[in-house]
Design a protein around this ligand. Structure first.
Ligand SMILES: *Cc1c(COP(=O)(O)O)cnc(C)c1O
Length: 368
């Protein structure tokens, strides 16, 4: 720590310099996060000092969190759903499995079944919670093989996980088939819709993935991805409104005497930001955003294929993947690569048609 403080001007010059070293979103094609919507930024700034970890002090902010959960409950066909705002998909997934474990404390050596395509947050969750993670293989289209998943179930299985909008290939697992298996074996069925939860409901033909599917127990969705809120904001939703109470622990010195959340101190600012975007855009506005992102995804795929760079999959959401030589991707574009070495581009709202055309022009002119 500096012995003597520096002037505000010097300080902010220093901060601006560091910020200028960050990448320009104009060239970021690899991220599931985006530039937050202006109303999210404005709402975030309004609620900067709020702490949802001590909600008795911030009843207004707590009401916003409740509203956000209600909005998602309705969007996901279960208006009475319970839930709370997390720090993102990782926390939502950890808490979903923590809940599944708490509901089956009779099982001594619990295991969970996830698709091979599951986000790495499930590794963390299983590590922390002492769960055996069983990976179900994918079918050729990168979706979870429901039949194979069913064969992995045994008497120690406490939960089944499906992904609605996979991180790498943008696929929706066969949620209805998986729900059937979950019902047959009376399993907790968690749907990880961290990315897809704010995409799929707004597609021309929405794929059933939510509480409309009988057997879905909980859903993770991240407003800080396609919801265009400020970071960090995820949500965990449960079909049963009060089931999270099974995770309650005592919190003696706070305004509430028990809590089921993972984090203690929790920011209200991004929650206000997430709700702001939803209410400002409404269903129609979100649909317009998603329609644009899907069109751009299709344009990107078509454009790449004219250069002889074939798609790796035909995605359900706005994630495009290609069989492409690494050397062929020109700078300063920032793309990502999947485990299977496919080029991956996420067509987020900041990746406009203009940016896609610019990228296509550059990659069309590059020769590896
Ligand atoms: C992004 C993502 C996560 C992790 O979310 P964080 O907000 O980064 O913690 C989990 N699951 C899926 C499917 C994701 O796309």
């Amino acid at each position: 720590m500096l012995n003597k403080g520096i002037s505000e001007e010097e300080l902010f010059t220093f901060l601006a310099d560091r910020k200028s070293e960050d990448l320009d979103h104009d060239f970021i094609l690899s991220s599931m996060c985006t530039v937050p919507h202006s109303v999210a930024v404005r709402a975030h700034c309004m609620f900067m000092e709020t702490n949802l970890g001590d909600p008795g002090l911030f009843p207004g902010t707590m009401a916003l969190e409740k509203l956000l959960i209600n909005r998602f409950g309705s969007l996901f066909h279960c208006p009475d759903a319970g839930g709370y705002a997390t720090s993102g998909g990782t926390e939502s997934n950890i808490q979903a499995l923590r809940l599944a474990k708490a509901l089956r404390h009779d099982i001594r050596k619990p295991n969970v079944i996830v698709p091979e395509s599951a986000h790495f947050s499930f590794r963390k969750a299983c590590d922390i919670l002492g769960l055996e993670m069983r990976k179900a293989p994918l079918t050729r289209d990168y979706r979870m093989d429901a039949g194979a998943a069913g064969e992995l179930v045994d008497r120690n299985t406490i939960a089944l996980v499906g992904v609605a909008g996979t991180t790498e290939y943008g696929m929706v697992d066969p949620i209805a088939d998986l729900a059937k298996i979950a019902r047959q074996h009376d399993l907790f069925f968690h749907v990880d819709a961290a990315f897809g939860g704010m995409v799929i409901p707004f597609l021309k033909k929405p794929i059933p993935f939510d509480f409309s599917v009988k057997g879905v127990t909980s859903i993770a969705v991240d407003p800080h991805k396609m919801g265009m809120s400020t970071i960090p904001c995820g949500c965990l939703l449960t079909r049963e409104p009060d089931v999270l109470n099974s995770l309650n622990i005592d919190t003696p010195y706070l305004t509430v005497k028990q809590e089921y959340t993972l984090a203690g101190t929790r920011p209200g600012a991004p929650v206000a930001g997430a709700l702001a975007v939803m209410d400002y855009l409404g269903f129609a506005g979100m649909k317009a955003v998603v329609t644009g992102c899907m069109k751009n995804t299709q344009r990107l795929i078509a454009g790449m294929e004219t250069f002889g760079i074939p798609r790796a999959a035909t995605p359900d959401v706005n994630v495009a993947t290609f069989t492409c030589d690494k050397a062929r991707v020109p700078g300063p574009w920032k793309v990502s690569w999947t485990c299977r070495k496919h080029l991956r581009i996420v067509c987020m709202p900041h990746v406009t048609l203009g940016r896609i055309e610019a990228f296509l022009k550059d990659i069309g002119e590059s020769h590896a």
